[in-house]
Design a protein around this ligand. Sequence first.
Ligand code: GLN
Length: 305
Amino acid sequence: MMDYQGSLHKINKQISVDDLNGKVANYIPELANVPEDKFGMYLTNIEGEGSGFGDCNERFSIQSISKVPSLTLALLTEGERVWERVGVEPSGDPFNSLVQLEYENGVPRNPFINAGAIVICDILLNTLKDPKKEYREFICKLSGNSSITYDEKVASSEKLTGHHNRAMINFMKGYGNINNDVEEVLDFYFHTCSIAMSCKELSEMFLLYANHGKLLSTGEEILSAKRTKRLNALMQTCGFYDEAGEFSFRVGLPGKSGVGGGIVAIYPNMYSTAVWSPKLNEKGNSTAGIAALEMLTDITGCSIF
Ligand code: GLN
């Protein structure tokens, strides 16, 4: 049995957020209010036992980490047809890049860049009766925690400043890849990004992806083993935008980041872990988060590679 608690203890002792570079995201004004010295990490093993340190129980904005449950819910409600509207290739471009969309006729490279997640939200607006309510309930179900909800302040803040996303969705609408009203889709997308969760809650929610698509608590199969394999493959190749290669190189696990400073990573059959530190590098990924995960796979001597 791995001593995860011991590994986390070493990470907590060795990583000092003050010594690492990075800036808190400020293009969503509400996120700029989060203190930059926050740092927490939590790991839940495949038996459901957890350990953590620091601010691991404090909720933060999960932002693009939500792109994973969004895709999961779209696969459950729309099935494989989602792949007619979004690709599965790494983008090699920033999360909010517009250029690729023009070359590729409004079909986003993958569901984990903004344009791709916006198409997924457009799909969910058609497949769900009450999208915001059902999306929240889905997150609560996956994480086994009924108190998780949207941070309305973050959602409204992004609505006011989300000009890049507004440009992308209008562009895709021009190519016929958005069915609903653009503001309705954006409102839903900004809400999915505004979900607030702690590292502990995120690691518990993502255990599903380490457990062949089954909830640990009830054994219920949410995703088939095949779909889980595909989702994990997408996290590996697309979870960090134009830093996906570097993350694989340093950490060696499938994962997903968000501009709130959170990163989740999973090790199939072993564990799910989440780390939070709001200072981001120029690619929009948490600097301390990547350092902590790199230390974890180094100390334990285990990665999927
Ligand atoms: N809500 C953010 C945006 O659309 C999410 C980006 C991210 O976390 N990388 O810009």
